[in-house]
Design a protein around this ligand. Structure first.
Ligand code: C2E
Ligand code: MG
Ligand code: MG
Length: 708
């Protein structure tokens, strides 16, 4: 039992990877801690003095000498061969000397127990050089106090004499006093260590007693209960010594395997990081700051487009990405920080101290910068980007669970808006979630008559002919105005409104196509579908129904699927797209270049068109790499027999460039921004020259959209 308490006294911050272990602050926490420690030193010294003064050499028979020597040997071995156990967030050192210590205490005199226990304990502590001397002295003092108290109790109950007495014969009547003495030894040690530990943490002196009792009692009391049994066995014959070791070794093995199990339950097996439970345990632990109030920063980090990496490159690559990110997180964490993998591609870092909002955000951005970068894997350079949400206690939440929740809310916001940065929690985020829910309620009511579709033309670069139009949804909100798709599509996806929305947009598009056609304008129209749609087996049936209702010809409509959403759940996407193709709908890969789709993936999706994302077009005139990408994507598209569209052409220079590179079609504000169906028909009917000769003043005014 003595050893059980050793571990607690040398608490270390348990970070999962060995190189992350850091010692907590080692000095006295405050005056109470110092006064208490010195009181224990003084009492321990007095106890040792009493033991020394009572010391006399007993007259031993050969058999008694063998019993005493074996018990002393067991004490020394038990002290020098401790085990290290990670329990919760502490690294604990367990020794197994207490069984033999109790045997020696019963036999007496106490100096023999002290002479074997104290030097061995001191030597062991000294081997662990990182422990400061004052801690080692504290341990010796409490051991001495435990020995004296236990023998005093034994004498009070058995009348075998105090510290100096030698009582070699253990009779049945001595069993109960011996067990009570063992209990006293356990209690003294437990109380002394639990108090010093609590004072060291700045907590009330007895606050950790229940926790210590729960964790130490089972093993500590078992080892002590075996003490009298070992004594009887050795008295029966010293040859039973190897058998006496069996129960102690069994307890030792049990402790190790229990610790392993507990460790597994609290750690993520893939990365070795603590899991959410252990993180919460750590974060909930009261820490006293200078201001007397716990200050913590919680940062929740999520890898952008991780599912895509996993699906496109395989699980083993995904696992290695997670391990690399975990290792980088460990390197970024400072002593005292707690880190965890919360599940999937989500990680957390909690640091305590005194922080203001600016420094909290700075820590968040530092973590994001450290985790963002290129990982070389199987000869492929994989760019990993992360987003992070940051929350600060007590400003945003007072307890650990709520703090993590706030950081998670900030993370959602960070992912929804600008990736690649940390975002500090703001109360308005929660309000806006309520607003969003209200908005979705309104959308479900206004789905039939408030959705508006605008159209943007696609022009052939060789001759400027308008060869198609893209349908882009807007919501004419009764009070907020004309809302952009970014304001409501994400929420519609999350609330399951996206399928009825897509069906409604498609219905309007088919009706519009019919009206245009009747007016002599036969223009193929592209309709966008969301990530949630593309894996939804109900989508083909919904779109098929609309085509049938309007007996529309099949070959006049294209479905635009973003590259990212198509490869997120590739198998489902392939299935759904195949059914759409069977309906006669063409497939267009939208925003090409923003995801991780491979050539094989693109082919499997069976497209007729690929649209190069506008971010490449925007920087093509200034960035060589983006221009090279457009060139490569165009060659790839042509190689697969696809039409290549350059999206987001905003200037004459960009138009020139994408024409030279070989793109077939272009779309963008320079040609025409999205406009109403009537405005588009009007624009198309005007005589056109090549798009290269168009310029913005000839365009109808674009409608101003509102972003919520
Ligand atoms: P997208 O499919 O890539 O559509 C092109 C977006 O780029 C449109 O934004 C368009 O207004 C904008 N754009 C066009 N030319 C230029 C340009 O030269 N410069 C710049 N900066 N932007 C240009 P919008 O209408 O806000 O739509 C945004 C996204 O919302 C669309 O991206 C599409 O993914 C989604 N979306 C739009 N309508 C629908 C829909 O009916 N259903 C679904 N599921 N998604 C839709
Ligand atoms: Mg599109
Ligand atoms: Mg696009």
């Amino acid at each position: 039992m003595d050893g059980l308490l050793e571990g607690r006294a040398c608490l270390e911050v348990d970070l999962p990877l060995a190189h992350m272990e850091h010692r907590r602050h080692l000095g006295f926490h405050d005056r109470r801690h110092m006064v208490y420690s010195f009181a224990v030193y003084a009492a321990g010294t007095a106890a040792l003095l009493a033991v020394a003064l009572s010391a006399r050499v007993p007259q031993l028979t050969a058999r008694e000498a063998a019993v005493v020597s074996l018990l002393a040997l067991f004490v020394v071995l038990g002290e020098l061969l401790p085990i290290t156990i990670r329990r919760g967030d502490t690294v604990e050192l367990y020794t197994f000397s207490s069984t033999a210590v109790l045997g020696l205490l019963v036999v007496g005199p106490v100096w023999i127990a002290a002479a074997s226990l104290l030097p061995a304990a001191f030597l062991r502590d000294e081997f662990r050089r990182s422990r400061p001397m004052f801690r080692n002295l504290f341990n010796l003092a409490r051991c001495a106090l435990g020995l004296v108290a236990a023998r005093t109790v034994y004498d009070a109950l058995s009348h075998h004499g105090l510290l100096g007495s030698f009582t070699p014969h253990f009779a049945p009547g001595d069993l109960a006093p011996a067990l009570v003495a063992g209990l006293a030894y356990f209690t003294i040690n437990l109380v002394l260590v639990a108090c010093v530990f609590a004072l060291h943490e700045g907590a009330p002196a007895f606050s950790l007693l229940p926790e210590f009792l729960r964790s130490e009692a089972p093993m500590g009391l078992t080892l002590l209960a075996v003490g009298p049994v070992v004594l009887v066995a050795l008295e029966f014959s010293p040859l039973t010594a190897p058998l006496c070791l069996i129960p102690v070794l069994a307890v030792r093995a049990g402790a190790l395997s229990a610790s392993k199990r507990e460790n597994q339950a609290l750690h993520d097996q893939l990365t070795g990081l603590p899991n959410r439970n252990l993180l919460l345990q750590r974060a909930r632990r009261p820490t006293a700051s200078a201001a007397g109030e716990a200050r913590m920063v919680a940062i929740i980090i999520d890898i952008d487009r991780f599912k895509e990496i996993n699906d496109a490159m395989g699980r083993s690559v995904g696992d290695r990405v997670l391990q690399t990110v975990a290792a980088k997180l460990c390197e970024t964490a400072l002593p005292g920080d707690a880190i965890a993998r919360l599940g999937g591609d989500r990680f957390a870092l909690v640091c305590s101290g005194v922080f203001d909002q600016a420094s909290a955000l700075e820590i968040g951005n530092r973590v994001v910068a450290a985790l963002t970068g290129v990982i070389e894997m199987q000869g492929v350079s994989l760019r990993v980007e992360v987003s992070a949400g940051v929350a600060l206690s007590p400003l945003h939440a007072r307890d650990a669970d709520a703090l993590l929740q706030r950081a998670e809310t900030a993370l959602y916001r960070a992912k929804g808006s600008r990736r690649g940065n940390a975002l500090l929690y703001d109360e308005a985020f929660d309000e806006s979630s309520v607003e969003r829910l209200t908005l979705m309620g309104q959308l479900s009511k206004g789905l039939d008559d408030e959705l508006v579709v605008h159209y943007q033309p696609k022009c052939r670069l060789s001759d400027g002919a308008v060869v198609g139009a893209e349908a882009l949804v807007r919501w004419q909100h009764p009070t907020l105005g004309l809302l952009s798709p970014a304001s409501f599509l994400d929420s519609a996806e999350r609330t399951g409104l996206i399928l009825p929305l897509t069906e409604q947009v498609f219905r309007q598009v088919v009706e519009q196509w019919r009206r245009w056609q009747e007016a002599g304008l036969d223009l193929p129209i592209s309709v966008n579908v969301s990530a949630a749609n593309i894996c939804d087996p109900m989508l083909p049936a919904a779109l098929g129904r609309v085509l049938e209702e309007h007996s529309a010809p099949r070959r006049r409509f294209l479905i635009e699927v973003t590259e990212t959403s198509a490869v997120t759940d590739l198998e489902s996407a392939i299935r759904v797209l195949e059914q759409l193709r069977e309906l006669g709908l063409g497939i267009s890969i939208d925003d090409f270049g923003t995801g991780h789709a491979s050539l094989a993936h693109i082919r499997d999706l069976g497209p007729v068109e690929v649209k190069i994302d506008r971010s490449f077009v925007a920087s093509a005139t200034t960035n060589e790499r983006d221009l090279a990408f457009i060139r490569a994507a165009t060659d790839l598209g042509h190689g697969l027999g696809l039409a290549v569209v350059a999206e987001g052409v905003e200037t004459a220079e960009q138009l020139e460039l994408v024409t030279e590179v070989g793109c077939d079609l272009a779309q963008g504000f320079f040609i025409l921004p999205p406009v109403t169906a009537e405005a588009l028909a009007c624009w198309v009917s005007r005589p056109h020259v090549s798009p290269r000769h168009m310029h913005p003043p000839s365009q109808p005014a674009a409608t101003q959209l509102v972003d919520t």
